[in-house]
Design a protein around this ligand. Structure first.
Ligand SMILES: Nc1nc2c(ncn2[C@@H]2O[C@H](COP(=O)(O)OP(=O)(O)OP(=O)(O)O)[C@@H](O)[C@H]2O)c(=O)[nH]1
Ligand SMILES: [Mg+2]
Length: 480
């Protein structure tokens, strides 16, 4: 039988639920929801233990909550792994979302960890207030009172805070990772890397069975890393579509390369995509050099576009790539005809380590439809335009509204760098921008599975690729 009790605290009324299995929830009630407080003397022994431990905590007893038995059997295996690691961060210590992700052996899962922390059922006991953003930033707090509550608790524990930042010395705690049993389920991150145009985004869309990544025949379509989540019966495979590496000629390309390296460093597996219609080039060699230096992770060679090349070309390309990646397992696919896709999925299911589901089964990406739509508009424009123009484009969605009948209305601006480019983009009596609009609308409809009304305009933003403010606004600036 679960019991609910209400206890006083300096922060307001605490509501605790417990059963013989342990305490299963602890939260702060909103100030406008008064409940009659329970007297310690009138509680059963387990209730008394909880009440006394909490009272002691607020009197700065730094170990008061450590001995309480908790019951987190109701949350997902992934949340359990996060909470178990977090509970080891003791009074006086703090940890970043990123380090917590590392502690559970999933360095790339900082955002998924953030979501789990925000859903913490046991305030104080699972010390989610001790999780901070990089540089000691408060970030957010989902309990009553928000960041003010978080700051209050950290001050209670002896920290100094100024301007929503912890300024006491780095107190990051290393905790011992647990090895839970995931019942044979596998999960992890697979980085899709390869030179521009190798077919990474096309493969991602194919694997997920729905388009989430912008694709065009021009190289350098992808600029930001993008996550695609495939959950099968055996595994949760989290793909990271990365931009192809290129020469760092401006601030934008520096960002793009940083996005690509980020994925390489921490993914569980690297799928190196190589175009089977062509020979390895300098970019491939450089990329493989980086791979071999940066990661001890397992690499898989995926020869793409099998439908395009004849047998002889395919064989030569494959041998050349295998020479660069000796001993690496090779798979052959066509994202166009779907050949080899099932085998790729089952290979990844096997190669990934055992682990939990990081995301709910039906979640396909972390990105908002609005941002995906912007990438699709840019990819459509890249596809239609010639020469250097594609690299001068940036897209901002100004309005993204769902009408009462479910249709989407999208208003977006395409930015170019020079006045002359504006004319080309609009085309003779608006023909070009119209074609781009039609093609983008189709992609967005396939992604969102709804009818879409798309309205585009064109703006000039001089030399935006080197403009730190513009890049930041567009989400194309490096984060510290
Ligand atoms: N016929 C055929 N075309 C493919 C296949 N895979 C990709 N393509 C085409 O190759 C071009 C490049 O594909 P993308 O998926 O955008 O390539 P990418 O590796 O993501 O490129 P960047 O984002 O620029 O790094 C597009 O025109 C795709 O339609 C395939 O299996 N068969
Ligand atoms: Mg791409």
């Amino acid at each position: 039988m679960e019991k609910t009790i209400f206890l006083p605290s300096p922060l307001g009324t605490l509501e605790a639920r417990y059963s013989p299995a342990g305490i299963s929830s602890l939260g702060l009630l909103p100030k406008n929801d008064p409940q009659p407080l329970d007297e310690v003397g009138s509680l059963d022994s387990q209730g008394q233990e909880i009440a006394l431990a909490l009272a002691a905590y607020f009197k700065r007893d730094d170990k008061a909550l450590d001995q309480l038995t908790i019951d987190i059997s109701q949350v997902s295996a992934f949340q359990q792994s996060v909470y178990t690691a977090l509970r080891k961060v003791s009074w006086g210590d703090v940890i970043t979302y990123g380090d917590l992700a590392k502690e559970i052996g999933k360095p790339l899962a900082a955002r998924a960890v953030g979501m789990a922390v925000a859903q913490n059922p046991l305030l104080l006991i699972i010390p989610c207030h001790r999780v901070l953003g990089a540089g000691g930033k408060m970030h957010g707090f989902s309990a009553e009172g928000g960041i003010a509550t978080k700051e209050w608790l950290l001050r209670l524990e002896g920290h100094q805070i100024e301007a929503a930042k912890l300024i006491s010395p780095e107190a990051a705690k290393r905790v011992e990772p647990e090895k839970p049993d995931y019942g044979g389920f596998h999960s992890g991150y697979v980085a899709l890397v390869g030179r521009p145009n190798a077919g990474k985004s096309t493969l991602l869309n194919r694997l997920l069975g729905q388009p989430i990544a912008g694709v065009s025949a021009k190289p350098q379509t992808t600029r930001k890393r993008q996550l695609g989540i495939l959950t099968t019966e055996k595994a949760q495979i989290i793909f990271l579509d990365t931009p192809g590496f290129h020469d760092p000629i401006d601030k934008l390309s520096e960002f793009i390369n940083a996005e690509a390296s980020y994925a390489l460093a921490d993914a569980d597996l690297i799928a190196f995509l190589a175009d089977s219609t062509a020979a390895p080039d300098a970019v491939d060699r450089r990329l493989i050099g980086v791979l071999q230096k940066k990661t001890a992770n397992r690499i898989l060679l995926v020869m793409t576009k099998q439908d395009l090349s004849d047998e002889r070309t395919r064989a030569i390309a494959e041998t050349n790539y295998q020479d660069l990646l000796p001993g690496v397992r090779t798979l052959r696919i066509s994202a166009e005809t779907n050949s080899g896709i099932d085998e790729l999925i089952s290979t990844l299911e096997e190669m990934l380590p055992e682990g939990p589901k990081f995301y709910p089964e039906d979640q396909v990406t972390e990105d908002f439809e609005r941002d995906i739509a912007a990438e699709m508009i840019r990819a459509s424009a890249m596809e239609k335009l010639d020469d250097e123009m594609p690299y001068s484009l940036a897209v901002r969605v100004l309005e993204f509204t769902e009408r009462s009948n479910g249709d989407l209305y999208i208003l977006a601006s395409i930015y170019v760098e020079r006045e002359a480019q504006k004319g080309i983009l609009i085309g003779k009596s608006g023909q070009m921008i119209k074609e781009i609009g039609v093609s983008a609308r189709k992609s967005i409809e396939a992604m969102a599975d709804r009818k879409v009304f798309l309205s585009l305009d064109v703006k000039v933003q001089k030399d935006w690729k080197n403009n730190p403010f513009f890049l930041k606004e567009m989400g194309l600036a490096k984060q510290k």
